[in-house]
Design a binder for this molecule. Structure first.
Ligand SMILES: [Zn+2]
Ligand SMILES: [Zn+2]
Length: 63
């Protein structure tokens, strides 16, 4: 992935996870270069959202 801050490209496995500095546990991908915490959940959130919004898709009862 690419760091949104400095543009450094790195592997997610390379990133520092569990840095201990993020509140509530680290859920970010820290750039190994500048330590910026890139949001890891971008893809995940989309997936989760699609799960939650699924119900709306079926709301076609004609009421
Ligand atoms: Zn960076
Ligand atoms: Zn962190």
């Amino acid at each position: 992935m690419k760091c949104a801050f400095c543009g450094h490209e790195f592997d997610e496995k390379e990133a520092r996870q569990g840095c201990g500095a993020c509140p509530g546990g680290c859920h970010s991908v820290h750039c190994p270069k500048c330590n910026y915490s890139n949001p890891l959940e971008a893809k995940l959130i989309r997936k989760i959202r699609s799960l939650f919004t699924r119900n709306d898709d079926q709301g076609g009862d004609g009421a």
